[in-house]
Design a protein around this ligand. Structure first.
Ligand code: SF4
Length: 375
């Protein structure tokens, strides 16, 4: 596969575009492979595939921070984040096949500081020694950029930990380069070996737009399913990429048809350089609600969430004047399932911009007002 890391070598762009985008890549790196660049409709300057990987001059507008979810507070050793009691996030790569312009973890490509695990043993020892950890998510960067041999060693170690209930691999490889999967029977053999009927390997993919689901991509997903993996997809909602009810609905239904069930739809975190892709919370929820009207029942299982430093909150409803969130997973155990009410603000992009109303408590059975409010 041929890779481009110098925007001036992308011949489909005009000379003036290359010159102006060069300034952007001095701040936020550029990398894209030939396969993905070939999916772009170069006649359309707003093409969603183009927006995904080709820099945008508006990235230089000041906005957000490089660590919007405060991930630096989650590390227990190099590469391993332990934010929620049951689940750890294991960063095993600090590179990606291509770089998404809206990446919330772009600091790992741009800061020169490696946050990913180096020899993997400290992270694996931590998981072994913490029986409360039930789930591990292999992430990065792109886990499937590691050699198959290295992935095999990591999976073998994780497979030997009896208290682990799920092993998940978060990857955009089926969208960026399905041939990484199609041309490596050893990788599929690994999935077959470790996707045990009692503890399946989950592959959490990252398709943003239906046009990424090409024939080779669909075949790569098919091979992963045949090897015994369970597939789920998560995507942020992104301005100019998938922020219309029609696009989102098409993506969700297509994913469901090919056996890759929609899981999370994220509100993009306020990350430096991401302003051109940001969609306000209310607008995003409206798009999602309208898209749902055309989705099959299974696709409707998708949840719209925000990954905040305090936990992952689902947007459960928006009324004329209020926004309701519920912790889907909270950093503090006492906040688990808590429902929060905020003043509606159609301009807000992130939880921290919202004004909180009376605290609500409650769980999956319904909304309960706090005792103080009832009195
Ligand atoms: S695949 Fe994920 S980690 Fe890699 S650049 Fe895209 S959003 Fe970031």
């Amino acid at each position: 596969m041929r890779y481009f890391t110098d925007i001036s070598k992308v011949g489909a762009l005009s000379a003036s575009e290359r010159a102006s985008l060069q300034k952007v890549t001095e701040v936020y790196k550029f990398r894209a492979n030939e396969y993905y660049l070939n999916l772009i409709n170069w006649k359309d300057s707003s093409d969603p595939i183009r927006r995904t990987v080709i820099p945008n001059v508006r990235e230089l507008e000041g906005w957000g921070t490089l660590d919007p979810s405060d991930e630096k507070t989650n590390y227990v050793c190099q590469g391993l984040q332990h934010k929620y009691r049951d689940t750890v996030l294991f960063l095993i790569s600090n590179e990606c096949e291509s770089l998404c312009r809206y990446c919330f973890r772009k600091r790992i490509f741009n800061s020169g500081r490696n946050e990913a695990a180096i020899d993997y043993s400290s992270g694996i020892n931590y998981i072994q020694n913490h029986r409360e950890v039930k789930n591990v998510i292999l992430s990065g960067g792109e886990p499937l950029l590691l050699s198959t041999k290295k992935i095999g060693k990591i999976l073998k170690k994780l497979d030997s930990i009896p208290h682990l209930q799920s092993i998940r691999i978060g990857t955009k490889m089926p969208a960026f380069n399905p041939y990484r999967i199609l041309k490596d029977p050893e990788l599929l053999k690994l999935i077959r070996t470790y996707s045990d009927p009692r503890r399946r390997i989950y592959i959490i993919t990252h398709f943003n737009h239906a046009r990424e689901l090409t024939e080779p991509s669909i075949e790569a997903l098919n091979q992963l399913i045949r090897a015994g993996a369970i597939l789920c997809n998560q995507t942020p909602i992104l301005r100019g990429i998938n922020d219309s009810a029609e696009n989102l609905c098409t993506l969700m239904n297509l994913l469901t048809s090919v056996g890759n069930v929609p899981y999370y739809i994220f509100i993009n975190r306020p990350t430096s350089g991401n302003k051109p892709f940001a969609v306000p919370i209310v607008k995003a929820f409206n798009i999602f609600s309208r898209a749902k009207a055309g989705m099959t029942g299974i696709a409707k299982r998708a949840r719209m969430v925000m990954s905040h430093s305090s936990g992952k909150s689902e947007i459960v409803g928006i009324s004329e004047d209020k926004i309701y969130l519920r912790y889907h997973q909270a950093r503090a155990l006492e906040d688990e399932s808590k429902i929060m009410e905020y003043e509606r603000d159609d301009e807000a992009y992130w939880i921290d911009e919202l004004e909180e109303c009376d605290e609500l408590i409650g769980g999956s059975e319904g909304i309960y007002l706090s005792p103080e409010k009832l009195n």
